[in-house]
Design a protein around this ligand. Structure first.
Ligand SMILES: NC(=O)c1ccc[n+]([C@@H]2O[C@H](COP(=O)([O-])OP(=O)(O)OC[C@H]3O[C@@H](n4cnc5c(N)ncnc54)[C@H](OP(=O)(O)O)[C@@H]3O)[C@@H](O)[C@H]2O)c1
Length: 352
């Protein structure tokens, strides 16, 4: 049933790190679903996933299995989305896509709930969910942008391995165990170097001729699109992978148009939905990935004046990359579509 629910909801990539979290969040938030259909590749078709306490069989993504779905929350990688999103829309489903493939397309809204909700209004069958690193920073920057404007941003990230998916979590665990046991470490398969007890100044890949990674390019481009920042606003990102299972951390240096004191900034952030300020560093209180993991809120602390510039503040921003960074925001976007009666593919709509 399209329009006002309940909906037949497909979760594409249901066996993955993001997809399995989407299944949990749909149940936790009691999304109005008449049925949740878990979809994945032939590899895991027939296996079971837990949906609201029941074991449900995973179906292979095929032309048949996508029929009759109203909404699909998709996280099966960019290649799958590039091929299957148009087919899903054609079959009548509105898609909320977690991959990077559609995010920068002009006819695709890129939405962070509580930051740019109105962008969902003009969807053409697909709403993109931003990159996890970008997502958590948007929640922290939106109240600053609204109150004081933004002239320049410099972000350095410390990203967890679950941001790469299930196989990366297994690689970190196996390498860590080998180091602790004094065993030989197998050559890495997911990352270019051993990630256990190490820090890699490379998240994703370097395209030919580019000295920024694809992840750094995403952070810079998606930030501009979501916040509507012009090219006059300078943005620079450096992304690193750290041996943390869940929770991305970011050092954000923000130069505002008008002066904003750390006190005023703390107050603005503490009033913003989905943000929690933890900022008593002398008492050891600041955001940590182990505190953010499993939570939907983004944590912000270490709010302080940059001594090198009178209109710059430094912030430390931490979020669960699988929840607000992916699954929770995808479900929040689905809720927005439901609340605004937008779970319907507009007549003649297509993307790309
Ligand atoms: N991890 C994060 O924090 C995060 C955050 C935001 C966005 N994302 C994006 O979300 C996507 C998934 O990430 P992930 O971390 O969940 O990866 P993952 O743990 O590797 O899971 C990938 C999922 O996609 C499915 N899949 C792969 N190839 C498929 C195919 N040909 N047809 C149907 N299903 C297929 C897999 O099913 P099988 O079990 O059948 O292999 C699995 O369910 C990526 O595009 C990623 O960039 C991830």
């Amino acid at each position: 049933m399209s329009g006002n629910g309940p909906y037949r909801v497909g979760v594409l990539g249901a066996t993955g790190a993001v997809g399995s979290t989407i299944l949990e969040v749909l149940a936790e938030r009691k999304f109005p679903a008449s049925e949740v259909v878990p979809l994945a590749s032939a590899r895991s078709a027939g296996s079971k996933v837990s949906i609201g306490g029941s074991d449900v069989e995973v179906q292979e993504l095929t032309e048949d299995s996508i029929q009759g779905l109203d909404l699909v929350l998709s996280s099966a990688g960019g290649k799958v989305s590039s091929e299957w999103a148009p087919k899903l829309i054609e079959a009548g489903a509105v898609v909320v896509d977690n991959t990077s493939f559609w995010r920068m397309h002009d006819d695709v809204p890129l939405v962070v709930a509580d930051v740019n909700d109105d962008a969902v209004q003009d969807h053409n069958g697909l709403v993109a969910n931003p990159n996890c690193t970008t997502m958590q920073m948007m929640v922290a920057l939106k109240p600053i942008l609204d109150a004081a404007g933004i002239e320049r941003l410099i972000v350095s990230t410390y990203q967890s391995v679950s941001g790469t998916g299930r196989k990366a979590i297994e690689e970190l665990r196996a390498e860590s165990q080998a180091v602790l046991d004094g065993d030989k470490i197998n050559p890495p398969e997911v990352y270019p170097h051993q990630v256990a007890f190490n820090v890699l100044p490379q998240v994703e890949n370097f395209k030919d001729g580019d000295d920024y990674t694809t992840e750094e390019r995403k952070v810079m481009a998606e930030t501009r699109k979501i916040l509507g920042l012009t090219e006059d606003v300078g943005i620079s990102a450096t992304c690193a992978r750290v041996p943390v299972v869940t929770g991305h951390s970011e050092s954000v240096n923000v130069q505002t148009e008008r002066d904003l004191s750390p006190e005023e900034c703390r107050e603005l952030l503490s009033e913003f939905p989905g943000l929690i300020v933890l900022d008593d560093p002398g008492a050891g209180i600041y955001p940590l990935p182990i505190a953010a993991a499993g939570r939907d809120e983004v944590l912000v602390g270490r709010i302080r004046r940059d001594p090198s510039h009178e209109r710059c503040l430094n912030l430390w921003v931490v979020g669960d990359n699988l929840r607000k960074g992916a699954a929770t925001n995808a479900v929040q976007v689905a809720e927005l579509l439901h609340q605004r009666d937008l779970v319907r593919v507009p007549a003649g709509a297509s993307i790309g």
